[in-house]
Design a binder for this molecule. Structure first.
Ligand code: ADP
Ligand code: MG
Length: 783
């Protein structure tokens, strides 16, 4: 809105300025017409002057003609001696001769004069023609006047141009600037007014100057008339002189003298006249040139005026266009306003209609709701009466419910006791069947895992194999060595494709029997590189038996959480060169010894061996990595060390039955044996030979212990090696053992493969007898 108001204000200012411009234009037109009138009067005066000059020249011509006639008569009088005008005295022949001579000289002189006069006349005529031409093209009287007037006109034009420039600037400002303070516009108006006043005063001055110039022109005219009068006077004097000469007696000597005296005067006057004429001619030519220049200037100023007029017309058309646009805009806005008003009225009408409809709907609903309200009121009153009765009814109901709940709880507790008894019975049965299943499979299980040909083997070009299996049989394996083939029958043979998961599932029941108080040993046997560590430890992305066994134990412990409470302890040792080292101890370099337990139970124990009680898998993993680190610090080459030492991880699980208080204790021994290759045969010496001998000794001892057990000998040589001595209570009668024999498929390893399989076969045939549980004396009867 404010925008529109400011626009209208500017529009008003613009109109005012337009009016001012119109005023200036009309004033200019008036001035021009006034100047044209002045020019016309000046032209008339000039024509009059020229006519006067012409009449003077005509009168001069008349005088000359008369003089000529006189001269002719004088010439005619010479022959008839009886001329009445010039009566000739009787002359002598010498006197006549002289007269004739003087007359002929006069004639020559007269002819000369005539020629001069005709030349002058021609000059005059030409001058007149030039003047007429000038008068035809430009009717101007005084050069100085015209110059001044044209100068004034130019100045005025300049002033007008400036005014127009100012007006134009103002118009542009109005078009572009929307918010100009009105004070500035008022100031500009004031400035314009003062300019107009200045122009008016200058106009007044010019008029005065014009009057002065007119006075000068009349003075000039008067001077010219004076000049002409003087010339007339001279001509008249000349005529009189001529007449007096003609009237003189025909005294040849005298005449000749008179003519001699008279002719220089005439000549002088003629010369003077010529000079004056020349001066006039020069003035005329200079005036012509000035006139030319002024005409050009006038033309230029007229062109400028025309250009300015064009500009004014253009501004006018622009203003008209702006006005049209403004009108259009106003019309458009008005149309929009009308449309909006119309729309608003329509929408309000619609809204009103909708409201009316809603009102009628509400009224209708109100009419229908009233009976409902009445019904509700009655309902409410009846409900209130019911609520009043409710509290008594509620208390009685609660009493009844409490009684019913008490009877239900006593029934439920009886049933749950029954269920618990049944559950415990079921658990015991499950354990019994599990034990029977394990025993059916044998207390010592010999499994064989074939290591697949790895990418590293392929890179080395070792791809020919010496081991094969029979399709359809999962317990036999055939090895070829030095042209001979031998088939071995074991408890289970895992093909190269067997996964870690499949291998573990086979021994899972044995592992879980620890929780029931059994001691379990799992050995990985085989030459270096046959996959012992892979089977026991595995790789981070696919863990081996150790990790999976611990996971399964914890899973089972969680499952039995309500009935049994277990505690788990962990120890990790390395047996290298028949020396036991504690890998969880603070000083892993320290040697440990195996001793009989001083409590008289006949059990063995290792004084100083770290046995850590762990709370969960996370802690076990930490301990295992600590053991690995400690093993690595004991040696320079981890790979070589691991191939020449036994790694033993022992998990002891003690369980307490929550309901009976029965205690069980089971041990899980996970052993990654040293490489079984026969190094001593390759002529090894020194430390290396000692190592090989020790390894051989311990593995041999393991074999002997198992053979003694098989033969049911009274003496089993457990003490022959640190390994068998340490595992004495887990390897003996009533325990469970798994021997995982790892073999390579490659032909280059065929010798070692054959040895490993022979060892497996030997162990497989050993009978350990039925396994037995370690249960406290106060515990329940053995299953
Ligand atoms: P060992 O402990 O008997 O010296 P390793 O367990 O270190 O032998 O195995 C030697 C290499 O063979 C390791 O790189 C291991 O990852 C790989 N390997 C062993 N058994 C398998 C298998 N069943 N599948 C894939 N790779 C195996
Ligand atoms: Mg290894």
């Amino acid at each position: 809105m404010s925008h529109l108001l400011s626009f209208l204000e500017h529009y008003g200012q613009m109109q005012r300025l337009q009016e001012q411009a119109g005023e200036y234009r009309s004033r200019l037109r008036r001035e021009e017409s006034r100047r044209r009138k002045q020019l016309r009067t000046l032209r008339r005066a000039y024509r009059q002057q020229v006519q006067d000059k012409l009449s003077v020249i005509e009168s001069l011509e008349g005088v000359i003609c008369e003089q000529q006639n006189v001269m002719e008569t004088l010439h005619g009088m010479k022959l008839p001696s009886t001329c009445p005008l010039y009566p000739c005295p009787p002359v002598s022949p010498v006197g006549v001769h002289r007269l004739v001579e003087s007359i002929s000289a006069l004639q020559g002189e007269r002819n000369k004069l005539l020629e001069e006069i005709t030349g002058l006349r021609q000059q005059l005529e030409e001058e007149e023609k030039g003047k007429q031409q000038l008068a035809g093209s430009f009717d101007l009287q005084g050069v100085t006047d015209s110059e001044k007037r044209i100068h004034n006109l130019t100045v005025e034009n300049e002033g007008l141009k400036q005014t127009l420039g100012v007006t134009q600037g103002l118009l542009q400002q109005l078009a572009t600037v929307s918010a100009q303070p009105s004070a500035t516009l008022a100031q500009e108006n004031e400035g314009l007014r003062s300019r107009v006043q200045h122009l008016e005063t200058s106009l007044q001055q010019k008029v005065e100057e014009l009057v002065r110039l007119e006075g000068q022109v009349s003075a000039l005219q008067w001077r010219k008339e004076q000049e002409l009068r003087r010339l007339d006077q001279q001509i008249r004097e000349l005529q009189l002189a001529l007449e007096t000469q003609q009237n003189r007696p025909p005294d040849v000597q005298y005449v000749t003298q008179t003519v001699e005296v008279e002719s220089p005067t005439t000549l002088r006057s003629l010369v003077e006249a010529e000079e004056r004429n020349r001066g006039l001619l020069e003035q005329l030519s200079s005036q012509g040139e000035r006139y030319q220049r002024l005409a050009e200037q006038l033309q230029g100023s007229e062109e400028v005026t025309a250009g300015l007029r064009h500009k004014i017309a253009a501004y006018e058309s622009e203003i008209a266009k702006l006005r049209e646009e403004l009108l259009r805009e106003i019309n458009h806005l008005e149309a929009q306003k009308e449309e909006a008003v119309k729309e608003a009225s329509e929408s309000s009408e619609q809204h009103l209609e909708q409201l009316r409809e809603q009102l009628t709907g509400v009224q209708r609903r109100l009419a229908t709701l009233q009976p409902i309200l009445k019904g509700m009121k009655t309902n409410y009153s009846s409900l209130r009466s019911q609520v009043r009765d409710f509290s008594g009814f509620y208390e009685a109901a609660i009493r009844e419910a409490r009684r019913q709940m008490c009877s239900a709880v006593s029934e439920a507790s009886e049933a749950s006791r029954d269920l618990l008894q049944k559950y415990q019975h079921e658990v015991l049965l499950r354990k019994k069947y599990h034990a029977q299943l394990v025993e059916l499979k044998g207390n010592i299980r010999v499994l064989c895992r074939l290591k697949p040909v790895t990418e590293a083997d392929q890179r080395e070009g070792e791809v020919s194999t010496a081991v094969s299996t029979e399709p359809g049989s999962d317990s036999s394996v055939t090895a070829r060595y030095k042209g001979k083939e031998r088939t071995f029958e074991l408890d289970k043979v895992f093909l190269p494709e067997a996964t870690q998961e499949e291998v573990f599932l086979e021994i899972e029941p044995l592992v879980l029997s620890c929780l029931d108080g059994y001691n379990v040993c799992i050995f990985a046997y085989g030459q270096t590189g046959s996959g012992k560590t892979y089977t026991m430890e595995g790789v981070p992305e696919d863990p081996g038996i150790n990790q999976r066994a611990l996971q399964a134990l914890y899973r089972e412990m969680e499952a039995r959480a309500g009935l049994w409470k277990y505690s788990v302890t962990l120890s990790v040792v390395e047996i290298y060169n028949e020396v036991i080292r504690d890998l969880l101890g603070k000083e892993p370099q320290e040697k440990l010894d195996i001793k009989l337990n001083p409590d008289g139970s006949g059990q063995l124990h290792v004084p100083g061996l770290t046995s850590v009680e762990v709370q969960g898998l996370q802690e076990i993993r930490k301990m295992l990595s600590l053991g690995k680190r400690n093993r690595a610090t004991c040696c320079t080459n981890m790979n070589e060390r691991s191939s020449r030492s036994h790694a033993l991880l022992t998990v002891t699980i003690t369980g307490t039955n929550c309901s009976t208080g029965t205690k069980t204790s089971g041990k899980l021994n996970l052993v990654d044996l040293a490489g079984s290759e026969r190094v001593w045969k390759s002529g090894a010496q020194g430390e290396r030979l000692k190592e090989a001998q020790n390894i051989n000794k311990s593995l041999l001892a393991l074999g002997e212990v198992i053979q003694a057990l098989r033969a049911k000998q009274g003496h089993v040589p457990f003490r022959n090696s640190k390994l068998t001595y340490l595992l004495q209570d887990s390897l003996g009668k009533g325990n469970k053992t798994v021997m995982m024999v790892q073999i390579s498929l490659l032909e280059k390893n065929a010798g070692e493969t054959m040895c490993s399989l022979k060892f497996a076969q030997r162990v497989c045939k050993v009978e350990l007898g039925p396994a037995s549980r370690r249960i406290d004396s106060w515990g329940q009867s053995e299953l």
